[in-house]
Design a protein around this ligand. Sequence first.
Ligand SMILES: C[S@@+](CC[C@H](N)C(=O)[O-])C[C@H]1O[C@@H](n2cnc3c(N)ncnc32)[C@H](O)[C@@H]1O
Length: 378
Amino acid sequence: MDYSAEALGYALQLIEAAAEDDFEKVKVLVGEIKADAWVQDAQGWTALHAAASVGNVAMCKYLLRSGNAVWQIVDNLGCTAGDIAFSLNEAAVYDFLLGEGVRAEMLRAAMEAAAASEEEEEEEEIDEDGDVKPKLSTASDNATFLASKLKFTKDSSGQEIAVDEEGNGVMMGWEREIMRVSAERLCEPFTARRKGVKDSEEELNVVNVGFGLGIIDSYLQEFSPTQHLIIEPHPDVLAHARSIGFFDKPGVRFYEGTWRQYLKDLEDEKEEYVGFDAIYFDTYSEHYSDLHAFFDVLPNLLRSPESRFSFFHGLGATSRLLYDVYTSVSELHLKDIGLTTEWGDVDIGNAVGTWEGVDRKYWGEVGPYRLPLCKLEF
Ligand SMILES: C[S@@+](CC[C@H](N)C(=O)[O-])C[C@H]1O[C@@H](n2cnc3c(N)ncnc32)[C@H](O)[C@@H]1O
């Protein structure tokens, strides 16, 4: 059914009333006339964007609780209502929308986890019936990505990049600084223990999930790890790693499969249990729910209270609000399994320009990269 011109008219009036900070009119339009708060005007604004722009927390709350506003709708420039509040220094509105986002995402994660087992069963049924599955994207479906061709090339500034069949950047050279600092912070306790001890025999066991361009693995190699496990399933990435001699580096062993297969092999005792001092996670075409599932096994993989875990935090990196929401959500989920998280800023200011020829640009106005550093809470 088409959306009626009358309903659209009321919805646009609602955006106007919110932009004029006319809360009484907003209440009439939502409460009595049932105007829709999710409708967007020509610049992509909803009534919530308008309410955020005038800094009215009560109106934002009303639109979400009593109306049908949606906190994560983006305007034509990719901004959520929270991003509008942030850019206009409306701190109270920003904090309120951040809280709403965190609550909504925590709830969504819990519901997704509960539905996951049912979904698996459904997928099997579809297969048995022989139904054709819709075409999936390499950027959002792990199996599709793992079956697709990758290209290793350079961008115009000479930085290495890996690009998938759809032109999505799997790994970009500009992420190098993030990887350098991540490796350094992960190995810090080890560096401190070894300092000043001549010919130290201090062990260092590291694991990196997702080789990509091998950037973090090269930095991890600088700490001469005793065991350096790399979990990587993509045949083109593995071929690339072989071609640059990574299979022959000291301590390196590749597990040629996904991290889920590795965990299954550990469980089935096909892989030997290793306690790790440093664990890094940066896969591609997986979702937050996958990272969340990986969190759950960390207490079994970390060797000691000094051991550290980090992951590539690109979650929600298209918007300031979404980035803050996922920073909080991931920290809460890590806390659930007994890990504390410290966040460090890495300036990536000049790096974001290097996206030519690559689809799905992200980061934009989000600010510095937030580097998570997690350890077991005692
Ligand atoms: C963004 S890149 C990692 C880049 C790496 N941090 C670096 O410094 O170059 C993501 C890598 O994860 C791998 N990957 C994708 N799905 C995976 C999975 N389920 N398990 C393990 N690795 C996966 C991809 O093949 C790709 O090599």
